[in-house]
Design a protein around this ligand. Structure first.
Ligand code: CS2
Length: 488
């Protein structure tokens, strides 16, 4: 079977929606560079930009991986085209055309730098996951991070997104081209502010004049992104080939719900994202908090407890009434009171809709996918709620189950000889390897990991007690024995 590409695109007319602008003789120029072209980006920002390109403008995307050749190998032979499957009661397919080139920074460094320092590149969007920012427990650039140190020493190619972007910004500064606007699209609290601070902090180590220039000119809006994007599987590839009649190396699937809220400080010249459904808001932090706390926090709780209970997917775990009950109590009693919702959001409805999304039978979202990188996710989605609740004297007993389940998940992986996908895997494994089943002892091992918990939280007795109680209650689930349901 032939491959989806510029050459075969026209032959798909009538089968599914196509990017008409890719069929026109004059194709849009590149105006955006995206770092981290994983499934989420291809189902989300590239989808919005595809819609925006239908309104015109030179806003095609150059998608850059830091190291992995996978996306380039799959999409370069397809001229960047791929299929998006939107999973609802029925599945809708469309071809996305906004990605026009895919580069790999470690192999094509000069091309990547040239693209980033080109005046035509006015936006850089990022989905590099929490760990890609190299932040410490205070949310600031970790100058001791080995890869940050490597980039500070000036080696090429840069190995971190921060190092790469500052190298490109330095090139723009040298040729008097204004900085691009950077849009962090990761699940970090205050993502835009953290990214801006990290970039300026890195630049300050290299060249104070560059840091001053960035301080004055760099625009880095906060954003909230949302859409559940399970990993591509063989079944999806086969379905897509059936619909298209040509092969697609890497189609993407996601749920129908999709949301992108951007802090409205963008330069006037921007893609037609608003017409594509993007919401511009003066203050994104309330949206961000609502999403991280009402979606991502229950997601991680489901992932860890669900895993211990032997479930495979979010949908499966949601069928467990005891677990569902715990989640509901956590949300109602401990999460909702922890923040002020955006005025335009009815949080009861918002939260119910999220639970309904988790229960979508069309989505096979693996718990394991959510469980990775816990050390990066907890400080964004669980610990801030715990800190807020402790400060206000509210309960944290349900939230503590998420932490306790994460610790037990790590122990279970270790016992099974399975790898842990986490940048702090060595500290986590070291903590798990001295656990002896005594809750107080075991919890203390994990809470001592400063890069996750900082120094203040682990000193609070109420916190230690709550996590210890949760750990005690969940411990029977780590045993090899058939799982005792209903323990939570
Ligand atoms: C999930 C998110 O993997 C995870 O940690 O919680 O990827 C989640 O699916 C998205 O944030 C939904 O927008």
């Amino acid at each position: 079977m032939t491959l989806l590409s510029n050459n075969t695109l026209a032959s798909l007319a009538g089968k599914l929606p196509l990017p008409a602008y890719r069929l026109a003789p004059q194709q849009p120029g590149i105006g955006i560079v995206h770092l981290g072209p994983g499934a989420f980006f291809r189902g989300h920002q590239a989808y919005y930009t595809d819609l925006a390109l239908q309104q015109g403008g030179d806003w095609a995307i150059s998608a850059v991986s830091m190291r992995s050749p996978d996306v380039s190998q799959a999409l370069t032979p397809q001229d960047g085209l791929y299929t998006l499957a939107v999973l609802d009661s029925d599945t809708r397919y469309q071809v996305i055309g906004s990605v026009q080139e895919v580069l790999i920074a470690s192999e094509q460094y000069q091309s990547v730098l040239a693209r980033l320092s080109d005046a035509a590149t006015r936006y850089v969007t990022l989905t590099i996951t929490e760990k890609g920012y190299c932040l410490n427990a205070q949310g600031e650039l970790d100058l001791q991070h080995p890869q940050i140190q490597q980039d500070l020493s000036g080696g090429q190619p840069a190995v971190t997104a921060i190092g790469l972007l500052v190298a490109a910004l330095a090139a723009r500064y040298a040729k008097n081209v204004a900085p691009f606007c950077v849009l962090s699209c990761d699940n970090l609290t205050d993502n835009g502010h953290k990214l801006r601070k990290a970039l300026i902090g890195f630049a300050a180590q290299k060249a104070p004049a560059l840091a001053n220039w960035l301080e004055q000119q760099l625009i880095s809006p906060c954003t909230m992104v949302d859409s559940i994007t399970p990993a591509t599987d063989a079944a999806l590839r086969a379905q897509v080939a059936g619909v298209l009649g040509v092969n697609d190396n890497w189609p993407i699937k996601r749920e129908a719900f999709v949301q992108w809220v951007i802090e409205d400080i963008l330069p006037a010249e921007r893609p037609a994202w608003q017409q594509a459904g993007v919401i511009y808001a003066a203050d994104v932090s309330a949206f961000e908090k609502a999403k991280l706390r009402l979606l991502n926090a229950p997601h991680s709780t489901l992932a860890y407890i669900g895993y211990l209970l032997g479930y495979e997917t979010v949908y499966d775990a949601m069928q467990d009434k005891t677990l569902l009950n715990l989640l509901q109590q956590m949300v109602q009693q401990e999460i909702m009171p922890s923040f002020t919702a955006p005025a335009e959001l009815d949080i009861q409805q918002y939260s119910q809709a999220i639970f309904a999304r988790f229960e979508n039978p069309a989505i096979r979202h693996l718990l394991a996918q959510i469980a990775w990188d816990g050390s990066q996710k907890m400080p964004m989605r669980i610990l801030p709620v715990i800190r807020d609740n402790l400060a206000a004297g509210r309960s944290i007993s349900k939230l503590s189950f998420c932490l306790a389940a994460w610790f037990l998940f790590i122990r279970r992986r270790l016992a099974e000889g399975q790898p842990l996908v986490d940048p702090l895997a060595s500290s986590l494994t070291a903590a798990a390897s001295v656990c002896n089943g005594d809750a107080q002892h075991d919890v203390a091992q994990f809470l001592a990991i400063e890069a996750v918990f900082g120094t203040e939280l682990p000193k609070q007795n109420t916190f230690i007690r709550a996590v210890t109680v949760a750990y005690q209650q969940l411990t029977p689930l780590v045993s090899e024995q058939p799982v005792a349901r209903g323990v939570v």
